[in-house]
Design a protein around this ligand. Structure first.
Ligand code: M6R
Length: 616
């Protein structure tokens, strides 16, 4: 949840740290702080509650001497409220050591009691301060920051990334990770640490993964990785696939607006290089080819928007590959003793690749013998690293906390997987696969048309609805997860009560919510679909209309049947049924953003949230 950055080199540590924190602020934004070693070897720190801007103002008023070594943190509070005192860094060894932390130290209460008994006093309510004091004490005993970190992490339970600097260890930053993200950035005469590559991508695109239970020591000219036992460990280098400009607003009023505009590219880039002569080409799955041919079940895991993408994928994978697909929220799956074996393919869907609930579910699935495939948007993240195979989405960095372009990229990746499985299992012939791919390849242009054609009208509607207290979303079949996604966007962005329902469920209870003026978005299936779903959804619209609902329909161009019953129709281009969600979701993304904007809210950083949920 928190964002972490570390730097050693001859550049301005303050600039690197503040720049890195700006790019990591999406991870948490209730307080921020930095600690730097001055050229004279003094340790200076500033930390403030509030968004990063508050810290930047503090630094302007009370500057720090700018040495070449430092650490920075942006917080999403777990233990202790968002106050100046609870903000990181925390201190040990009589103020000579500074430490920052992402995660939760589960045994902090016992350790705190032990430290208090040993004469230490605590300033904050955080679990982090325990680690700061422990590393400080171990440094006092050993004079070696790496060893001090190693001795400390041996004593910690839970999930954590820790970074520390000590005034007696100039030019050194030590980091450690367990089940929480940390990557290394490799520079020339300078090195970096970050919760993700965004922290340092403006300085270098050369990066290294750090494995589970490993400690890294960076100096300007060296990077050393060991495991928690002290043995040397290998780290894998990779090149970041995007440059710093991809994570800039680039003139857009918000990251979210930019990222919605990038939805066509997110689909196109996820497809790029993965189709060949009308067939799916996924060489990244070669290593699990044998396992894939032996599976008899697919289980998709994810949280929030990623889970909704999984639900969309289920319909297509089952239809194309004729294999049972279940979709489950990662945090529910993990704690119910699920039945799994080596014939189950567990597909995790995660933009960040760090969501703790999903990571724990993947680990559990592996322990039970299942094959694991990660659909992920973030290179070097923990979930893909711990999975048997990875299918990266190429949506580019998603900075706004609410997920938009990642959703369409995840659905695209799931569709590629579905067509790949259909080919392996012989459930679709080559022509059928080619026909579906042709449809999929046409999606980016169609999304573009939706954005261009509907955005202005949706902004007007959002303005008109800015006092609305409750909005309902209905959909059926692949439109059902789209309804859920529309409702989630409204809750998290506009703080409006919103619910998504399967339209068929309406008469089983939710219709009681309909009263005159209730706004209901309805995702309408195509009338060209041979199933009778279109008629059924139009009947549902009539039912709620008869009770006074104001209906905004998302319907295909040329669908006239819906017109007499809807107050407003947002049009999407014609597409085969499985590809409609990639189009119908776009106006709902725009609507969430515009309603939040109309209410004067921060669309990129909604209250109480963090983009990467790295605690359970
Ligand atoms: O990084 P992930 O895709 O694993 O994140 C999963 C959810 O936390 C995420 O989709 C969340 O629901 C967003 N706030 C949705 O906009």
């Amino acid at each position: 949840m928190c964002g972490i950055v570390g730097y050693v080199g001859s550049g301005s540590s303050l600039e690197v740290l503040v720049g890195g924190l700006k790019r990591l602020e999406y991870r948490g934004y209730d307080s921020a702080g930095i600690a730097v070693l001055s050229p004279e070897g003094d340790l200076g720190a500033r930390k403030r509650a509030g968004k990063l801007g508050v810290l930047v103002e503090e630094l302007a008023e009370n500057p720090l001497p700018d040495g070449g070594t430092g650490i920075g943190h942006t917080r999403w509070a777990t233990h202790g409220g968002p106050t100046d005192v609870n903000a990181h860094p925390h201190f040990g060894d009589g103020g000579r050591l500074a430490l920052i932390h992402n995660g939760i130290i589960e045994n902090f209460a016992e350790l705190k009691a032990e430290l208090v008994a040993a004469g230490e006093s605590f300033e904050s309510e955080t679990d982090t301060e325990v680690a700061a004091l422990l590393v400080g004490r171990a440094f006092h005993d050993t004079g070696d920051l790496t060893e001090a970190m190693r001795r400390t992490v041996e004593r910690l339970d839970g999930a954590f990334t820790l970074l520390a600097v000590h005034r007696s260890a100039p030019g050194v930053v030590v980091g450690a990770r367990r089940s929480s993200p940390l990557v290394i950035g490799l520079g020339e005469g300078e090195n970096f640490l970050g919760s993700d590559v965004a922290a340092f991508v403006e300085h270098t695109r050369r990066a290294m993964e750090i494995g589970e239970d490993q400690i890294v020591t960076i100096r300007p000219d060296s990077v050393e990785v060991i495991d928690f036992s002290g043995a040397p460990a290998a780290a894998k280098e990779f090149e970041v696939a995007w440059d710093a400009s991809a994570a800039e607003k680039g003139g857009w009023p918000s990251f979210m607006k930019k990222e919605i505009a990038e939805e066509p590219d997110a689909v196109a880039n996820t497809l790029r290089g993965r189709t060949h002569d009308g067939a799916v080409a996924l060489p990244e799955l070669d290593g699990v080819a044998e396992a894939l041919s032996g599976i008899n079940r697919v289980l998709v895991l994810g949280c929030g928007t990623a889970a909704y993408a999984g639900m969309v994928g289920k319909y297509a994978i089952e239809a194309w590959a004729r294999i049972p697909v279940d979709v489950e929220l990662s945090h529910e799956f993990r704690y119910r003793d699920p039945v799994l074996d080596e014939h189950t393919l567990v597909v995790s869907v995660s933009q960040s690749g760090e969501t703790m609930d999903t990571l724990m579910a993947v680990r559990y699935a592996r322990e039970q013998g299942a094959r694991t495939l990660s659909i992920c948007n973030t290179q070097g993240a923990t979930i893909p690293r711990e999975s048997d195979a990875v299918l990266y989405t190429h949506a580019g960095p998603e900075v706004a906390v609410a997920s938009t372009k990642a959703f369409v990229a995840q659905v695209t990746a799931l569709y590629l997987l579905g067509l790949h499985l259909a080919t392996l299992r012989g459930t679709l012939d080559a022509d059928a696969v080619a026909a579906q791919l042709t449809e999929l390849e046409a999606v980016p242009t169609k999304i573009q048309r939706v954005v261009e054609a509907s955005s202005a009208r949706i902004a007007e509607l959002a303005h008109w609805m800015s006092d609305t207290q409750s909005v309902l979303f209905l959909g059926r079949h692949v439109g059902f997860p789209v309804a859920l996604e529309g409702a989630l966007k409204l809750k998290e962005l506009a703080y409006i009560h919103a619910e998504g329902f399967a339209a068929g469920e309406l008469k089983h209870g939710p219709i009681a919510l309909i009263e005159p003026g209730q706004i209901v978005f309805v995702v309408v299936p195509s009338p060209r679909d041979p199933s009778s779903l279109h008629k059924k959804v139009v009947s549902n619209i009539q039912e709620i209309r008869a009770r006074g609902a104001r209906v905004i329909a998302i319907a295909e161009l040329g669908d006239v049947a819906v017109v007499p019953f809807a107050d407003e129709v947002i049009r999407i281009p014609l597409a085969a049924p499985f590809f409609e969600p990639l189009l119908s979701v776009v106006p709902l993304h725009v609507f969430g953003m515009e309603l939040a904007t109309a209410k004067g809210l921060d669309v990129d950083q909604p209250r109480n949230l963090a983009k990467s949920v790295t605690v359970e």
